[in-house]
Design a protein around this ligand. Sequence first.
Ligand SMILES: [Zn+2]
Ligand SMILES: [Zn+2]
Length: 182
Amino acid sequence: MGLEGYVLPGGSVMNCSYHTDREAIGMCVSCGKPICSGCKVSLANKFHCNPCAEKLIASSAAAPVAEPNTSRQGKSAVVPKEIRGWNWGGFFFTWIWGIGNRSWLAVIFGIISAVFAVVADEYKADSWISLTFTVMTSAVIGIQGNQWAWQNKKWSDVTHFKRTQKRWAIAGLILFIIFFVL
Ligand SMILES: [Zn+2]
Ligand SMILES: [Zn+2]
């Protein structure tokens, strides 16, 4: 009976589950088996037996790895599927949104649309022509906006992207309501 021996509440000494000739010095925190000093594996300051330690390491290695951040990698960047879809901020703010999101195509479309509106007005064209053109260019930005913004600007992650685009959308909606009321 060594001093290090794992003493059961009853006072008896237990041997290692893996080495019946060696005295246990403690219990594995995972499975509760008594283990000797040669068997113990220390993980995060807790003792485990070898099989349990291996299982823990394997499960932590199998844990899902975060998707790589592909933002601001240009045209070839894979856009995460979570952010695919319509962009209201781009639709409402066009070139302003484009500058804020480094999406230069949105800036170009927005400016073309504005120039067209001015020209149409100059030539006293029916207002619906100008309106249709504005809505069409805005729609292009609405459809493509998320992809452009992701590929051209650095975002810390998808959550960051979504949060920012939501703010643009809310601001756009407020602007639209004010415009509509006036
Ligand atoms: Zn164990
Ligand atoms: Zn052992």
